[in-house]
Design a protein around this ligand. Sequence first.
Ligand code: MLT
Ligand code: MN
Ligand code: ZN
Length: 303
Amino acid sequence: MSGLHVLILGSAAGGGVPQWNCRCPVCSLFWVGDSRVESRTQSSIAVSADGVRWLLVNASPDIRQQILATPFLQPSNGSRHSPVEAVALTNADVDHIAGLLVLRERQSFTVYATGQTHDILASNPIFNVLSPDVVKRSVMNMDAPFDTGIGLMVRPFAVPGKVALFMEQGQDVRIGDVTETTIGLEVSANSKRLVYIPGCAAIDEKVRLMASGADLLLYDGTTFTDDEMPKLGLSDKTAHRMGHTPITGTGGSLGAFGDLFIGQKAYIHINNTNPILIDGSTERQMVEAADWGVTRDGMKFLL
Ligand code: MLT
Ligand code: MN
Ligand code: ZN
């Protein structure tokens, strides 16, 4: 069926839900078998115009498990085949690039990323497992729409961001610069528009402009409050320091798009500490009352 197909492969932030070593309130509920918290893999979506050829946006370390759970993405003809024809990256975070290592085995596809993200891949020789004679690396330029050749148009745009955590060493870390470090993507087909922004340090006018009129906005739902991790004693980092917008509080996302016409809005890249992950929680009710959905792995949208 034509339209714009969007599959939520992974709805969690780095670490997933539960995180392997975490006993925060949300993870603890999962560990004791409380059905209000379901497991979630790390953030990735698949998009298609025809339901046959797919673009992955970000390749999470959980991609193998995500493909096992998603018949659309499984090989279906010949001795070697994959419906995944391209992978676009929104930044170089581990949860978004490590899955590329799983996609080796001489399968041909295109990796779309900014020049800066390509430089990070190029400087880590482990990514040479994606042999250059079969995997094409294509540079995305900001605000320059391009045709993926599989029926999807993609328009990348820079958002306020931060370098990947593993690149922070020895740097004076700048938060919120609008550069090619962290981008959002508009993916469109058949007159439908998805706007995908899994990481964003601040909601500026450009972010709002891009989100405006989207049939579906999938947005950074990392934490509910800015001080969520410090308050739980898990990290001294606020959402802002991690390069993310909290859902509530100053600069929060909950009300930041409320005056715009947007078909559907849903949070993705949700950290395991976020109480919206608990079915029926006050925080979950609060986001739903503000017209935001909470993505789950395996969710499908047909726009
Ligand atoms: C993030 O979203 O802030 C990063 O994925 C953190 C990380 O790399 O662990
Ligand atoms: Mn992340
Ligand atoms: Zn946790």
